[in-house]
Design a protein around this ligand. Sequence first.
Ligand code: GLY
Length: 442
Amino acid sequence: MPNVLLIGNGAREHAMAEAIARSKGKRSLYSYMRANNPGIAALSEQVFLGGYGDLDAISDFARKHRIDFAVVGPEDPLNLGAVDALARIGIPGVGPTKSLARLETSKAFTRNLLEKYGIPGNPRFRVFTSTEGIEDYMRELDAVVVKPDGLTGGKGVMVEGDHFRTKKEALAYCGEVLRSHPSVMVEEKLEGEEFSLQCISDGKTVIATPPVQDHKRRFAGDTGPNTGGMGSYSCEDHSLPFLRPGEAEEGLAITSRVARAIYEETGAYYKGIMYAGFIVTRTGLRLLEYNARFGDPEAMNILPLLTGDFVELCTHVIEGTLDRMPVSFEPKATVCKYIVPRGYGLPKDHPDAGSTSGKIEIGKVGGARLYYASVDQRADGLYLSTSRAIGVVGIAGNLREAEEIAEKAVAAVRGPVDHRRDIGTKALIQKRIDHMKKIRTQ
Ligand code: GLY
């Protein structure tokens, strides 16, 4: 009867908690959260509220409840050494150590790893520790992307054409990055369609979950500022409509080679999630970045489809026996739409920018699944609390039905909220297919 510790408090972790709770064997869930998530709390024996950097509090909570293993949701506790601290008291984790979490926390580590081990997927890139030479290198590239080397909460990557117009502006941004980070990466800008391939690794065996497409822009039609993600979809054939046969498999092959390279480079097995952000371009698949965790919202697309036992899967990750576990996902389509406060992600001068709080009422949501993110349960009901509030997931035999289920459920949530109506719709998906067709024939 394992006692499982879950670290994290978003909708991604709510989906993880649900997957743990679905486990057939007897298990008890203990949750360490930075802020209370009523959905996770309802599934947990005990919760503890504390900072992700408070490694003593995490260890004490784990020791007190005789935790058998921990599962870490977000990148911050990984980067702050939660897995290392638990290992020191004999508790294994599903999630990499601080050193191996460099896969996400250091863009330079990952790019250099691919290059050193001859793994395909890197765009043209160069890492700089000072501004010397940046201008010359930028001249070699048509358009550039600038990435700080380190965690930036998804806000540090700046793209020519989107965030700045000229190489001069890019250079100024590099200088700004170098004032707070040890290095900055300059990469060629890639054109294509992006997708997320979340893989599970025990360091030797890597298993892919169905590919998912996320939607970062705040408004319908992929307009407005970037956000943490407004929603995502996956398809019943476990591919995506703009992918060619074999492209998702190519992504898995790259990730498997990266897991092997990590072992060769460090002598340690990567046990946890390797979430690759890929882009399909005219000349094939390229890696945008790795994350050392499930995606948010993408975890909500794939975890409910897992047919096997998540706790058993975690045990195999820890024991390095993932090759002995058959892992499969239901052949269903999923559409996740994030309900957000009306003012979420808006520029400060937008008239709705201040609207990030208020009470919400949840009516009949039919067959949809609701995963809580940033909501506050008070005596008189549920309140928004500044960030993305609820991930609403429709699951069905095809995308059309999954989208309808999600949309109906969103309509049942009343309050000062907003969402992207277009996610998972035929029109938006056709736009993606047409975009990719145009790119492939250029
Ligand atoms: N969906 C983007 C992320 O989880 O980083």
